[in-house]
Design a protein around this ligand. Structure first.
Ligand code: ASP
Ligand code: MG
Length: 430
């Protein structure tokens, strides 16, 4: 039996009962003969509470102190979990990200892992311990300051450790039974996916599916670490995310690979806003000037559309979407460069939502796009922007239409389950 990395999210360790329940599960894995490394998030909504506290004492806390504060959340849960495991008669040791050898760059609040040197974890395992590691944190290579990896970063810690320790699998325990064909909080008839390829999972994550973070899936694909997303509340098999199809044992045919679905799922995102630059001269260099301004402000954009100019005016409009949190910054940067770029006015709209259909089967099934638009039309949903990749179609609609649109598309593509409703065991989904 090999080494497994298990990650438990905040809702799985929300209180003392949760910690004891998780401890039992960890001990089971150990008893089954595995070496076990556990990555743990802060209890419940601790991280949000710490952020609120920081904002009460300072409107603009320094990145360094902010990270120092937030990493305390994971230190609480790791120590409590180690105690709970010891109470069950097994030996466990907890480690901060720094002690576990998670080395990052020095960008506070969203550091990237650049190396993992898990010497102390190896030693702890070789001595028969269960190793518990605080998620979402590391230490910067140059300044040796404590860093955090950005919200939800514990998943990335888990995958990075799994890669560095050459684990068999990285199990991500959460408050739903796996990856669903849509957010089970919105679509009651969402179906659990048994296996999904890294590519499809990356598109779902980039399109707003919150069950796994994009960065974590990217890391897993780069090092080819299979992820098993499952619930810590039920004993069920969850969703395997990997490059190779999962093989299922069937009585009649023996080993049978799980087929890749044509459509993997429907994702939605209401965290973006739309900026329209009105009255842009239709001549070379205009788009370059607009998006240079945006990128100089370090803002990442998502979709872009531009119309052909009306012949009489020679002017056109350019719209793009970006995270709502960056909206103010983008408007300010464009206003400042108004004369340099040359446009009439700016419009800002944060009442938008994005719906995306994802599936590798799109490449070979030409009807998918038409069916997608038909489903939206039948639901009376107006489309404002469209963008596509090889395996994804996304549209922007009114924010109010999003839930209805997701359900309509889910039904139209035959994704509704006819059995049990998807269960959400806990947490707020944030
Ligand atoms: N506790 C951190 C957060 O809430 C990290 C995580 O949960 O993965 O964002
Ligand atoms: Mg959390």
């Amino acid at each position: 039996m090999g080494l497994v990395v298990q990650k438990y999210g905040g809702s799985s360790v929300a209180d003392a009962e949760g910690i004891k329940r998780v401890a039992k599960r960890i001990v089971e894995a150990k008893k089954n003969g595995h070496q076990v490394v556990v990555v743990v998030s802060a209890m419940g909504d601790t991280t949000d509470e710490l952020i609120d506290l920081a904002e009460q004492v300072s409107p603009m806390p320094s990145g360094r102190e902010f990270d120092m504060l937030l990493t305390a959340g994971e230190r609480i849960s790791m120590a409590l979990l180690a105690m709970a495991i010891k109470n069950l008669g097994h030996s466990a040791q907890s480690f901060t990200g720094s002690q576990a050898g998670v080395i990052t760059d020095s960008v506070h609040n969203k550091a990237r892992i650049i190396d993992v040197t898990p010497g102390r974890i190896r030693t702890a395992l070789d001595e028969g311990n269960i190793a518990i590691v605080a998620g979402f944190q590391g230490v910067s290579q140059d300044k040796k300051d404590i860093t955090t990896l950005g919200r939800g970063g514990s998943d990335t810690t888990a995958v990075a450790l799994a890669a560095a320790l050459d684990a068999e699998v990285c199990e991500i325990y959460t408050d739903v039974d796996g990856v669903f064909t849509a957010d089970p909080r919105v679509v009651k008839k969402a179906r659990k996916i048994d296996w999904i390829a890294f590519e499809d999972m990356l598109e779902l994550a980039a399109s707003g599916s919150k069950v796994l973070l994009h960065r974590c899936v990217e890391y897993a694909r780069r090092y080819n670490i299979p992820i098993h997303v499952r619930s810590s509340f039920s004993g069920l098999q969850g969703t395997w995310v990997s490059s190779e199809p999962l093989v299922q044992k069937t009585q009649q045919q023996g080993d049978k690979p799980v087929e890749q679905a044509i459509i993997s799922g429907v994702a939605h995102d209401t965290s973006e806003a739309k900026v329209t630059v009105v009255g842009v001269p239709d001549k070379p260099g205009e788009a370059a000037a607009i998006f240079r301004t945006i990128s100089d402000a370090e803002i990442n954009i998502d979709m872009i559309v531009q119309n052909v100019s009306a012949a009489s005016t020679g002017l056109t409009d350019i719209s793009f979407t970006l995270p709502k949190a960056e909206g103010r910054k983008a408007i300010d940067a464009l206003e400042k460069n108004k004369s340099g770029i040359g446009f009439d006015s700016l419009r800002y709209d944060d009442q938008i939502g994005k719906i995306s259909l994802v599936g590798a089967g799109m490449k070979t099934n030409p009807g998918v796009t038409a069916d997608f638009f038909k489903a939206l039309a039948d639901a009376g949903v107006n489309i404002e922007l469209i963008s596509t990749s090889e395996i994804r179609i996304s549209v922007v609609t009114r924010a109010d239409d999003v839930n209805e649109a997701v359900r309509a598309v889910h039904t139209a593509f035959g994704l509704d389950s006819d059995s049990d409703e998807a269960v959400v065991y806990g947490g707020t989904g944030r």
